[in-house]
Design a protein around this ligand. Structure first.
Ligand code: GDP
Length: 471
């Protein structure tokens, strides 16, 4: 076997719903090594698979490392970096759908990264398949297939029926062999961060090693974030002592969360830097904009989210980690929504948010988060911050005081209020005085009673509701 041949690092790209995830799942399912260890127990953003023993390529003994690139366009930033990290790309095109916008985007990324690629026509079990049609469309995009004047291989697969998987793996191995993908275990460290995060154990980064070896105790750095390696986990979540070229690994011991896509070297300076835990703050909102605080579980997701937000969404705060009390308080101060992507919302924080009338929404699927943002923008962002019911009324000078009780959220003196009777809006009002007993107050919370004089002096009745709305 050729010296220093290592496992190729492969990324799967293509249009949403064209079957990338299913294909990766099918690959893992048909993979002997994975079966032997009882399946992948933990995602570290990449997984190594072994080739069948009867493989005829020299790369056979080395396996293939797949980067688990997520499918939505929101991740194009990470995906783009995925292409840079990878030695080979698999471009997925659904046999029933052909070339779509993200297929073209993926082709661009591949071109920029200057890496070889293989076309996998997926869903070939569908009666509506049109393999030749898909190939023709790709040729129109400039893809030169093997046997048709170029060297791009094409493989037909069905993740559903687990067909063509072995052929695809063999094809990847052949391409790896032709391109002589090498890594020297004794050479300078060259690895790339594909995910970074923080949990109870500390700050860690998932990476793939292209050259050199990572060992416990090594001093490494991802761009300018230092790390003394405290622990290493492989793609099965098993603790290991070292990582060789072509392997993915999870490294524990970073001083700060290193940025996704960062190059990792073994120069070992412990300077600061990295993804800030706070997103840049913005002071003023213009008409039609919505302020949000974004929390995500990892630096990679946060970067991807921020990079793909609709134009009228203004991020005023957030960062990596669980939603906390200070997020709720800053959301309240700036009338912002809190969006948590894969981050947790502890019960105490949720309770505080309810009390303060702050909305927290949690998402596991990035696409759904964006849908929700679009929906809010369309709705013109009128959102209810609190409600109070008029329970009594009494005269004061020549005005009328409404005695109210907060039934949800909170009422703040400076809020925009709507006086409503049943479903009907009576009018818009502003508080000119809010009192609890004899004391002037600026805010009333859930369950509290207060007296309010508002302007204009609309003719309210007991049973009417004051609704505080975010404008
Ligand atoms: P991704 O967005 O590219 O990761 O696509 P998914 O892997 O999530 O697949 C999108 C949809 O296509 C899902 O409903 C899958 O069940 C379906 N799908 C994926 N691969 C196949 C296949 O080989 N055959 C059929 N019939 N359906 C498939």
């Amino acid at each position: 076997m050729e010296k220093n041949i290592r496992a190729p690092i492969v990324t799967v790209l293509g249009h949403v719903d064209h079957g990338k995830t299913s294909l990766l799942d099918a690959i893992r399912k048909t993979n002997v090594a994975t079966k032997e260890v009882g399946g992948i127990t933990q995602s570290i953003g990449a997984s190594k698979i072994e080739l069948q023993k009867d493989s005829f390529t020299s790369a056979a003994g080395k396996g293939i490392t797949f980067i688990d690139t997520p499918g939505h366009a929101a991740f194009s930033k990470m995906r783009g970096r995925g292409a840079e990290v990878a030695d080979i790309a698999v471009l997925v095109v659904a046999a029933d759908d052909g070339v779509k916008p993200q297929t073209k985007e993926a082709l661009e990324l591949i071109k920029e990264a200057k890496i070889p690629f293989i076309v996998a026509i997926t869903k070939t079990d569908l009666p509506s398949k049109n393999i030749e049609g898909a190939r023709g469309q790709l040729e129109k995009e400039g893809v030169l297939f093997e046997g048709r004047g170029g060297d791009t291989p094409v493989v037909s697969v069905s993740a559903k029926e687990e067909k063509g998987i072995k052929e695809l793996l063999e094809t990847i191995a052949v391409v790896a062999e032709v391109h002589e993908i090498k890594g020297d275990p004794g050479g300078d460290l060259e690895a790339v961060v594909i995910e970074s995060s923080k949990d109870k154990r500390g700050t860690f980064a998932n990476m793939v090693v292209r050259n050199g070896t990572l060992r416990i105790g090594n001093l490494i750095q991802a761009e300018n974030v230092g790390c003394k390696i405290r622990a290493i986990f492989d793609s099965r979540g098993v603790s290991v002592k070292e990582v060789l070229p072509g392997e993915p690994a999870q490294i524990l011991g970073f001083e700060e969360i290193p940025p996704v896509g960062a190059k990792v070297t073994n120069k070992g300076s412990l300077a600061g830097g990295g993804v800030k835990n706070e997103v840049q703050k913005v002071d003023k909102l213009s008409e039609g904009q919505i302020a949000v605080i974004l929390k995500a579980r990892s630096g990679g997701s946060l970067e991807a989210l921020v990079a793909s937000l609709p134009p009228n969404i203004v991020v005023i705060g957030g960062g990596v980690g669980d939603v906390n009390e200070s997020d709720v308080l800053s959301a309240k101060a700036s009338n912002a929504w809190i969006f948590a992507f894969e981050s947790n919302v502890p019960a105490g924080v949720l309770k505080l948010a309810k009390m303060e009338g702050v909305h927290i929404e949690r998402f596991e699927i990035i696409y759904e988060l964006f849908q929700r943002l679009e929906e809010l923008l369309k709705k013109g962002q009128v959102e209810v911050l609190g409600k109070a019911q008029v329970i009594t009324s009494f005269p004061f000078n020549n005005k009328k005081i409404a005695g109210c009780k907060v039934t949800s959220g909170r009422i703040v003196k400076t809020d925009n209020l709507i006086l409503a009777r049943g479903e009907k809006e009576i009018g818009k009002v502003k508080a000119i005085s809010m009192k609890k007993q004899k004391t002037e107050i600026t805010e009333a919370k859930g369950g509290e009673e207060f007296g309010i004089i508002f302007e204009p002096q609309l003719d309210f009745e007991v049973g009417d509701v004051l609704i505080s709305v975010r404008k």
